[in-house]
Design a protein around this ligand. Structure first.
Ligand code: ADP
Ligand code: MG
Length: 319
């Protein structure tokens, strides 16, 4: 029998780093298809691509509706569900706020006067979606969608589906902290997904063993800036206050069958905090979480007990 091809590598896409391992005879073609797929999705979902479907909705905010694809209907519908469950803590209409807090340019917190005006543009209920006819629109001028909290998860899921079409039954992909896996590792053991220490990028807090599941992390350490007083301002925003979320959590990793679900939920839980967050998880049976709070205490849900291995010097509390 022909030896299976092994393909591992790194690349850049969806505005972030990508790492992958793909095992199977057609691994090479599967990876080429993955690269094309990620480009296709970026061109469709990014609000920074002027011709993307999302940009078209944004350009017509307050003016008109547009016909959108099935897959955008799927993403927007799930985003809406998580917004409803989290009472707006997850909200893809945060784009105007994200721009206000542009972590690449920001040196200081934005003035309160600006904040009020911007907050009036944020509201998931004003993203009107007719899933039957595939029509979407934003109600107010100046509103805009940003899929930063859900798009990379969706893309990770799509890559796994694509790999299956190429006969691959063992694969791993990490799109900027959005990990999805297919099956076990070729030796039959489970994938080990490391979870970064949020205050020391050389260390892990531990690793989760998964097979065919996704592990998606939202943390305050990825994209942030420090003001003159040395306070950290990060990129996950509380749509009710307009400020970076301060729920007491600094890292949230959700383990679920779907990376899109895990992506949206990790962002929602990061904003809402652990008590409310556990309530959101309860709506998705089989979904687990690892969180780190601002005192660097680690908490994991019951279902992870047998699958989470702590790093040296770390203790995990079961919740
Ligand atoms: P990352 O993009 O680092 O993987 P997340 O999945 O948590 O992290 O998403 C954060 C991104 O989602 C932000 O960069 C922004 O584009 C968008 N975002 C910020 N706050 C929210 C929110 N409350 N709800 C939905 N999306 C958000
Ligand atoms: Mg997310």
């Amino acid at each position: 029998m022909r030896q299976s091809a092994v393909n591992e590598g790194n690349s850049f896409g969806m505005n972030t780093e990508i790492a992958y391992s793909v095992f199977g005879e057609k691994a090479e073609s599967a990876i080429a298809a993955m690269t094309a797929e990620l480009l296709r999705l970026e061109n469709k979902l990014s609000r920074f691509m002027p011709d993307s479907e999302v940009s078209k909705i944004n350009q017509l905010a307050g003016l008109d509706c547009i016909k959108i694809s099935c897959e955008l209907v799927e993403i927007l519908s799930f985003a809406h569900l998580v917004s409803e469950i989290s009472q707006g803590m997850f909200d893809i209409t945060v784009a105007p706020l994200v721009d206000l807090w542009d972590y690449r340019k920001a040196k200081d917190i934005p003035p309160k006067s600006k904040m009020r005006k911007i907050l009036s543009k944020v509201g998931y209920r004003e993203l009107v979606l007719n899933p039957k006819d595939h029509i979407a629109s934003l109600s107010k001028l100046g509103q805009a969608i940003d899929l930063g909290g859900i798009g990379k998860g969706y893309a990770s899921d799509r890559c796994m589906q694509l790999f299956q079409q190429y006969g691959v039954n063992s694969a791993y992909i990490n799109i900027g902290g959005n990990v999805a896996t297919l099956g076990n590792k070729p030796d039959g053991s489970m994938w080990r997904v490391g979870i970064r220490h949020p205050r020391d990028n050389e260390r892990l807090i531990g690793a989760v063993r998964v097979a065919g599941k996704a592990v998606v992390t939202s943390g305050d350490y990825e994209r942030c800036f420090f003001d003159r007083q040395g306070k950290r301002w990060h990129h996950i925003l509380d749509p009710t206050t307009g400020y970076p979320a301060e729920s007491g959590l600094i890292s949230v990793s959700v383990i679920a069958d779907s990376a899109m679900n895990a992506d949206a939920l990790s962002t929602a839980i990061f904003v809402a905090g652990i008590d409310k967050g556990l309530g959101y998880l309860a709506q998705f049976p089989g979904t687990e979480v690892v969180v780190v709070d601002k005192n660097l205490e680690v908490f994991i849900t019951q279902g992870l007990k047998a699958y989470f291995q702590v790093a040296d010097g770390i203790t995990a509390n079961i919740i």
